[in-house]
Ligand binder design. Sequence first.
Ligand SMILES: [Zn+2]
Length: 256
Amino acid sequence: MIFDTHAHYDDGQFDEDRAELLASMAENGVGIIVNVSASYASCERVTDMVRDYPFLYAAVGVHPDEVGDLNEESFARMKALFTREKVVAVGEIGLDYYWEKESHEIQKKWFIRQLELAGELGLPVVIHSREAAADTMEIMKRYAKGLKGVIHCYSYSREMAKEYVKMGFYIGVGGVVTFKNARKLKETVEEIPLASIVLETDCPYLAPVPYRGKRNHSAYIRYVAEEVARLKGLSCEEVIRQTEKNAKELYGFSAE
Ligand SMILES: [Zn+2]
């Protein structure tokens, strides 16, 4: 079954047909979805949502664009959400120097605090990093030692991907890999072992070809799996099977 390691079903773009769409996942071959919070407000929403859907799990954390909402008080409230059921990771957290909504110093401070929280809780991390390759690597080397995690929507060089793989992290691959101009990501997928790749949507964003630009959802991961299979000379089923195994290992479902 398809394991979507990164989705945002609490997003307003799903308000009209969320229940219907999620109800259709199993028949479309989707087994498990991790719904990842981005803003501080969504942390509570994702932990509420998992109660309604047995195949849905939550990651709680604040995205670098949104860390302006964090202070000691809100951080403590967020931390309390980890006592709820089906919270399997800290994320998404990281650095975003593309939008630069918050200063680099503030972003780094809360990135590190949330990595330390993951260490404390013994949970994996979901990393968002955009145009911040060097600083992200530096912080990961210092503060993410011994943690499991995924570099979601990976967008850097294949050399750096290999370094993350060596450190034991997974590389998150989504719709972008199907884009014609995604040469760098295609090369990365060719080069790193399938055992280090997990599939993701980042839905409602980043729908794969032939739905590029439209609203994305987890069943479209099939197109991502097909492209990964083509690049690696494997069958689509083999890619789905192995990446599901990887995702279960990442989020600690292996014993089930
Ligand atoms: Zn995301």
